[in-house]
Design a protein around this ligand. Structure first.
Ligand SMILES: Nc1ncnc2c1ncn2[C@@H]1O[C@H](COP(=O)(O)OP(=O)(O)OP(=O)(O)O)[C@@H](O)[C@H]1O
Length: 456
């Protein structure tokens, strides 16, 4: 049996002792405490801080009117504004209801009270209260502990460690190499390095080496003199020169072709450049931050990346965990993006429905924060209700049936997927470790991964 001390407290304010007793026995999922009048009600409010109160409007000294009931309503909300108050009254039910709601009551129930109907309203009120409390907690976290380095949202120890490293490294003017999959926030962290450095008031210039065709990358980086090649109609400084004094962020450094790696190395050794077609050497003082999702170690081994360049670029190496390795962050970020896009796009969406929270928590996010951001944006645009549901997110493999467990088999599968996902995260995708955590054999885990089409 559940320990009554751990049950949520429901305060019943009711001067009819018979009804009071009836309510007390009707709801066995709560610890019901009862008050006969205003003084008792406020004492119990202070003592238990109940999330939900049912309030009879006809209380002494005005048992046939509503004045005392409204006074209690106002007083409870003044003391604890998040309390969900369900008002019950038989006196001029309709006007009383409207007035009570206007004063801040959560809902209304006409007398004579239908115990089952009131039970449903009470259950919904507790649920809503819990959701709001969780939202507030996460908001507070996001506004305080949840945001690091200015705008990076995280509550995961692995990412907080990254942020601390960046904070320590930023003022030191060493080159920084960020390692991480696409969408993990590499550019955001590169900006943080810049903003926390003595170069913060100078330019931050980013260039994605993978997005620019090989034959144009040199001109983009080093600039060119007028007439240097066909189409070079005017002298144009390159990104290196533009970043002078500040920070140059070379994204996808692994995509820089070998001849250009040589040129880049020379620049890093001598700190001067020559524009294409130019004869003048131009000194440039800047800091380099680079990033890649590729295995530069393997690329060095087979001669695709120069070792000497690697050591110039990687005075400090920071590995960024994938989103699925930051437990809790996906939901935290999803709430942040929901609020942001709802505000920016002017839609009435206010948050995430519980099934969306579950789906976000259980999905592997192969595209990391960028994928999450895009899915939330689309969902905010497309959503019909105030809360984003799991289906609005359009996650692969999440069909209508999967959202709502319609039977025991579906519920089991959902639970299995979740447990496997969490075990893989906790063991850093070590199959033996995950199988051990789950209390199953390796072959069984492989079977389940195959059955549920999960990535190891
Ligand atoms: N921890 C975070 N908090 C808030 N926003 C984030 C966080 N991480 C990433 N973002 C946002 O997610 C998007 C992708 O991040 P970013 O561009 O920094 O990733 P990236 O690793 O450089 O991606 P890519 O390799 O695809 O260029 C950006 O809009 C960024 O602002």
């Amino acid at each position: 049996m559940t320990d009554p001390a751990t049950l949520p407290v429901l305060l019943v304010v009711e001067d009819d002792e018979g009804l009071q007793r009836q309510l007390k026995w009707a709801y066995d999922g709560y610890k019901v405490v009862s008050a006969l009048n205003r003084a008792e009600a406020l004492d119990l409010l202070r003592l238990h801080e109940p999330a939900v109160v049912t309030l009879d409007l006809g209380l002494p000294p005005d048992p046939d009117g509503t004045t005392e009931g409204f006074a209690v309503l106002t007083e409870i909300l003044r003391l604890k504004p998040d309390t969900k108050i369900i008002v019950a009254s038989g006196h001029g039910a309709h006007e009383s209801a409207l007035h009570a709601i206007a004063l801040g009551a959560y809902d209304f129930c006409a007398k004579p009270v239908d115990i089952d109907q009131l039970g449903l309203i009470v259950a919904r009120a507790f649920h809503l209260h819990a959701l709001e409390a969780e939202n507030q907690r996460l908001e507070a976290q996001a506004a305080d502990g949840g945001t690091v380095l200015g705008r990076i949202i995280t509550a995961s120890p692995a990412m907080l460690k990254v942020a601390r490293t960046i904070e320590r490294v930023a003022p030191a003017d060493v080159s920084v190499m960020l390692l991480g999959a696409s969408g993990t926030g590499k550019e955001l962290l590169a900006r943080a390095v810049h903003e926390k450095s003595r170069r913060a008031s100078e330019p931050f210039i980013a260039i994605n080496c993978a997005a620019i065709p090989e034959n144009l990358l040199e001109a983009e980086l080093f600039g060119f003199e007028r007439g240097a090649f066909t189409g070079a109609v005017k002298t144009t400084p390159g990104k290196i020169e533009m970043a002078s004094g500040g920070t140059l962020f070379l994204d996808e450094i692994g995509d820089v072709p070998l001849p250009l790696q040589v040129k880049l190395l020379r620049f890093l050794q001598e700190r001067v450049i020559e524009r294409i077609g130019g004869r003048q050497t131009i000194p440039v003082d800047l800091r380099i931050v680079c990033a890649t999702h590729q295995d530069l170690g393997a690329m060095q081994a087979d001669g695709r990346f120069r070792e000497d360049l690697y050591y110039r670029l990687a005075e400090m190496v920071v590995a960024i965990p994938a989103l699925c390795e930051r437990p809790g962050d996906a939901v935290l970020l999803a709430r942040h993006f929901t609020r942001r896009f709802a505000r920016e796009l002017g839609t009435p969406v206010t948050g995430l429905a519980p099934d969306a929270v579950d789906a976000i928590d259980g999905y592997a996010w192969p595209g990391n924060v960028r994928e999450l951001e895009n899915r939330i944006k689309r969902a905010v645009i497309m959503a019909e209700g105030k809360l984003l549901g799991a289906l609005d997110l359009d996650l692969p493999g999440l069909s209508e049936e999967a959202c709502e467990a319609i039977n025991l088999r579906a519920a089991r599968e959902k639970a299995d997927r979740r447990a496997i996902h969490q075990a893989l995260i906790r063991t850093e995708h070590n199959i033996s470790g995950a199988a051990k955590l789950l209390g199953i054999s390796r072959p069984t885990l492989y079977d389940l991964l195959k059955q549920y089409r999960l990535n190891a």
